[in-house]
Structure formats: structure tokens, C-alpha cells
Design a protein around this ligand. Structure first.
Ligand SMILES: [Zn+2]
Length: 157
């Protein structure tokens, strides 16, 4: 199982198989594909390995090849619904039409807003971008701590 960790952190992040395959299906393989977006959930915030056991979709307000926007109230409703099932939202995912994605300026603002709104034991917001190369090398996995992105590396442990 692939784990991601911030340099020096005592915890790591993992995606279960269902979450990986759900997100891989959203990969933008075609020139006319559009970005998609959703939220990441875990059922245990206290483990030293946080496992993302559910990745959801959010309806895009508008989407193009390289942008996507969603309704924050929709996202809030989804978090409230899943909390009833014991699932905690720890972040966001979206796709990028590039092989090895990096957060854009828009992503920076989006992540900072959501990091401010969310308080988890992670002290930040998990932020995942699905690129065109397969998991795990085509994924950007990081956290936003309200000030900046911290990139998580594939952990050898
Ligand atoms: Zn983006």
C-alpha cells in the first residue's frame, strides 16, 4: 500500500482501493475532457495512518478543460450527510489535464479558504490533484495549512 507523508510528520495518509479507483476513473485522458471535483473522507482521524475511505463527487457549477468550480453549500450538505455515517471530511480533490500536476493560483485561494473553514487534527486541509499519469506518480498529494501548500511525498515506510 502506498502511503504519503509530510517530511518529518509522524502520521501518513493512505487511500483505500475504492478511493483510488474512483479517482483514477476521473483522470482527464482526453483533450475534450473537463475537470471534476469532490471531497475526501476518512472514518478515523486519530490513527497514525489516516485512510481516505471515501472520495465523493461534487456537481460542478461550471467546468472546462482546466477549471472547475463547485457550490460551497452543496459541499457543506455533503459533509453533514456523511458525518451521520461517521465519515469526516479532510480535504478536496480535483483533476488537472497534465501528467504531473501542481496547484494553480486558483487552487491556492480555494485551499486557503477551505483550510480556514476546516479544523481537523491534521491542522490543515488535504489537497489532492489527479493528473494524467497513473496513481501514485500522477497525483499531487499535499496539505494546505492556511498559509501555504506542503507537499506530501510517497513514503517508503
Ligand atoms: Zn487546480
Amino acid at each position: 500500500m502506498v502511503k504519503f507523508a509530510l517530511p518529518g510528520a509522524e502520521w501518513s495518509l493512505q487511500f483505500d482501493e475504492a478511493a483510488v479507483s474512483m479517482l483514477q476513473r476521473r483522470m482527464q485522458r482526453w483533450a475534450r475532457s473537463k475537470e471534476s471535483v469532490g471531497q475526501l473522507f476518512t472514518n478515523d482521524l486519530t490513527a497514525s495512518t489516516i485512510v481516505i475511505s471515501k472520495a465523493t463527487s461534487l456537481k460542478a457549477l461550471h467546468a472546462s478543460w482546466s477549471t472547475v468550480a463547485f457550490d460551497p453549500f452543496d459541499a457543506m450538505r455533503q459533509r453533514q450527510d456523511l458525518l451521520q455515517e461517521g465519515l469526516y471530511c479532510i480535504g478536496l480533490w480535483h483533476t488537472h489535464p497534465e501528467a504531473v500536476p501542481e496547484p494553480s493560483g486558483c487552487d491556492e485561494r480555494l485551499a486557503a479558504d477551505h483550510a480556514r473553514a476546516a479544523t481537523t487534527i491534521l491542522n490543515g486541509l488535504a489537497f489532492v490533484i489527479i493528473g494524467n499519469r497513473p496513481f501514485p506518480h500522477g497525483w499531487y498529494v499535499g496539505f494546505h495549512d492556511m498559509n501555504r501548500f506542503l507537499r506530501a511525498e510517497i513514503s517508503r515506510l
